[in-house]
Design a protein. Structure first.
Length: 212
């Protein structure tokens, strides 16, 4: 397995890796301080250790115990972190976008999300239709809101309305900010045909107690 992300490091830097991801028995050495600058989850994890990891005694993050993903997905995520080169580090396909966004969200890596956001500037309907089985359109709406991609967010909202029969039970609806949830609720009742389901009130989060 070729560790392509390490090609973007200085000569000899690979030997200083002090953190190791283990996925399907594959070991991916990384540099804790680099990841800690990008990921709040990794930064918090390092602060919780009694002793900082070293290249002689690296800390091991095992799939299942700490995270869930495929080797290829983690490689894509690490490529974006190590390349750190703006739009050239953006995902090149729907599959790559799904992997990068899912792991960046899991590891709370905001700058990775921002660097990869160039992918979302292509026709958004193509992304949504291609990823229905891989990533929830509601998740894309959350990403659009987080990155202030207003046009993409509008397309996501319309897409969710058009497919609301299948998306109304998506648990991610509970994660929508109040303003987005109210807008979705309003447009569901005003624009969606009467044969479709309105947003169930149980989907409304705790900041709408009067509507529970």
């Amino acid at each position: 397995m070729k560790l392509t992300y390490l090609e973007h490091t200085a000569p000899g830097y690979e030997d200083l890796a002090d953190l190791t991801f283990v996925v399907k028995a594959k070991r991916l050495p990384v540099h804790s301080q680099l990841l800690a600058r990008e990921s709040r989850v990794i930064a918090d994890l390092l602060r919780s250790l009694d002793q900082p990891p070293t290249w002689r005694s690296p800390f091991v993050l095992e799939e299942g115990a700490h995270f869930e993903c495929e080797v290829e997905e983690l490689l894509l995520f690490l490529n974006v972190i190590y390349r750190n080169s703006g739009d050239s580090a953006a995902p090149a396909s729907v599959a790559e976008a799904c992997a990068v966004y899912r792991l960046a969200d899991f590891f709370d890596a905001n700058r990775v999300l921002e660097r990869a956001s160039g992918y979302l500037r292509q026709p958004p309907h193509n992304i949504l239709t291609a990823t229905v089985g891989q990533n929830s359109p509601v998740r894309w709406l959350l990403v659009a809101d987080r990155l202030k991609l207003h046009e993409f967010g509008k397309v996501c909202l319309t897409f969710i309305l058009l497919h609301f029969d299948t998306l109304c039970d998506d648990p991610l609806l509970e994660d929508l900010p109040a303003a987005l949830l109210l807008e979705l609720l309003r447009r569901t009742h005003q624009r969606v045909p009467k044969t479709q389901k309105p947003i169930p009130l149980r989907a409304l989060p705790s900041h709408f107690p009067m509507m529970q």
